[in-house]
Design a protein around this ligand. Structure first.
Ligand code: C5P
Length: 125
């Protein structure tokens, strides 16, 4: 599983989940599942095209791997926006947060451990 840290002008893009019910309303780094044969970068490019309507490139790893209960691993990457403006095609809402706001927002549990790593790159903390 791959997740994207898109940071522009010291703010991080977060996306609000609509599903499943226990995660709906919580915020996450957008991303998803790498398909067989896809590199992490391929998967990020496809997922962000589908979910946000943007083209991205990248990226460097950020934060530690998060082991998921089903044995898979969730890994975050810093990616650059190449073209497009993010739109919530598969989420309830999008939000750009600075370092202070990141501490106040309800993130999905899996993403919470990345906060200190993300904040280093954000304004306002
Ligand atoms: O978005 P999608 O439903 O494909 O994500 C599948 C699973 O990946 C979620 O149920 C969640 O456990 C995990 N996920 C996450 N944090 C992210 C992206 C995905 O915990 N930033």
């Amino acid at each position: 599983m791959v997740a994207a840290a898109i940071i522009v002008d010291g703010r991080l893009l977060l996306a609000q989940r609509t599903r499943p019910p226990e995660l709906a309303g919580l915020w996450e780094l957008p991303g998803g599942k790498a398909e067989a044969g896809e590199t992490a970068e391929d998967a990020l490019r496809r997922e962000l095209r589908e979910e946000l309507g943007v083209e991205v490139s990248g990226g460097d790893r950020i934060g530690d791997d998060v082991p998921l209960p089903d044995g898979r691993v969730l890994r975050a990457y810093r990616v650059e926006l190449v073209s497009g403006t993010p739109v919530a095609l598969d989420h309830a809402e999008l939000r750009w947060v600075d370092g202070r706001e990141l501490g106040d927002i309800d993130l999905v549990g899996n993403d919470r451990g990345w906060v200190p790593d993300l904040r280093v790159h954000l304004n306002g903390w």
